[in-house]
Ligand binder design. Sequence first.
Ligand SMILES: Cc1cc2nc3c(=O)[nH]c(=O)nc-3n(C[C@H](O)[C@H](O)[C@H](O)COP(=O)(O)OP(=O)(O)OC[C@H]3O[C@@H](n4cnc5c(N)ncnc54)[C@H](O)[C@@H]3O)c2cc1C
Length: 414
Amino acid sequence: MHNYEEEIKRCLNCLNKPCKQACPLGNDIPRIVVLMKEDKLREAYEVLSETTVLPAICSKICPHDKQCKKNCTLKFKGQALNVGDIEFLLAEVANKNDWKLPMLDNSLKNRKIAVIGSGPSGLTAAAFLARYGADVSIFEKREKLGGVLMYGIPEFRLEKDFLQNTLERLIRDLNIKVFLNQKYGEDINYEFLNENYDAIFFGMGANKSKMMGIPGEELNGVYGGNELLEYDSHPDYTNKVVYVSGGGNVAVDTARVIKRRGAKRVTIVYRRSETEMPADIKEIEEAKKDGVEFVFNTNVVKILGDTKVEKIECVKTKYNEEKQLINVEKSNFELAADCFVMSIGSIVDNTSFTNGEVEINKFGKVLIDENMKTSSEKIFAAGNLVSDNSSAAMAARSGRDAAEKIKSFLVEKY
Ligand SMILES: Cc1cc2nc3c(=O)[nH]c(=O)nc-3n(C[C@H](O)[C@H](O)[C@H](O)COP(=O)(O)OP(=O)(O)OC[C@H]3O[C@@H](n4cnc5c(N)ncnc54)[C@H](O)[C@@H]3O)c2cc1C
């Protein structure tokens, strides 16, 4: 008797599959559960593999409450099906039994493809292209694979040994070549890739903190959340009072890490209400348990200090009749602070694209057409580099879609 059997028994196998529809990857949970009920775990794993190559990771970090579990019919009867646990179980069984990801077809045999960046979009694109028989090389600027999974999401949410073991297996099983410490724009360039590869995939993400554009941003003690997490470039927080601006995963992770590193008080200042926070509900609850405090319906409008942060000036917010969020007049107040962290959004670091090889749109993202192709003949792009995907699964989905577009492009061309 497996311990997951009780859980899968609860699945109603809904005809309209609301969980599948809400999953960015379109994982066919009901079909998978039917196979699991018949003890056909390998077949169930193969169905899961049709849509995802990172099930073990998504099982741990997907905002299930906002995706599959949000729409699960069982939720309205009490408790949604624990989709993440089911996904994790299958990934673990596959790992133990050394089941490889099934190959799809050989349509890209003899085609060489370069993937730049190894976040969820790059890894997924690389894996699907390899499953079509392509000779895939990943070029990654950092010393390890994973993108934000490795250099953003903290260890206490996603163990790095587990992540690296999972990714190593993926790379090994699919014979993907990996070149670490290779930065596009410095160590490798468009000319090299154009000469050596039939197609190029860009998945460099967007992991630069968006500035707020408020007075005082130049003061000592002001930081960007993405950089603190990515480069582990934290100052000493002992006895420090820290305010973090934002409401997404980056803000919550940054605040939790800072609290765990010994800050006296850490408070997230969010311009809307708690229920409107884009961060995962579970993470908000965990942050509260860590002792992180929250101030809602508040905007930070100024950072005050001589050379370093001394205070932040805030203003209350509300919705006007047109349902736009506005600052409430004369509601300004000040809070004493030692550090201020901006985590209101992430933008693309465009410094790698210096030769005009790709066009940038008005949002600072790489412009792609309906075929996920950039303005350059051979370059395709996906993930946070091209849109504000807020989750790893969304980035992975766009990587998978790009792989399909690259396949069509190459099959037609050769
Ligand atoms: C702190 C934080 C917490 C998050 N928490 C969650 C969560 O709990 N659940 C969830 O689903 N999503 C979460 N997200 C969002 C999710 O991680 C991202 O949506 C996803 O990682 C984007 O994937 P990507 O492949 O587009 O880019 P990234 O993951 O950013 O990967 C881009 C890769 O490209 C590499 N690169 C960049 N420039 C170059 C270059 N010039 N040459 C070579 N390589 C380059 C980078 O080093 C990196 O490895 C979080 C994000 C952050 C920042």
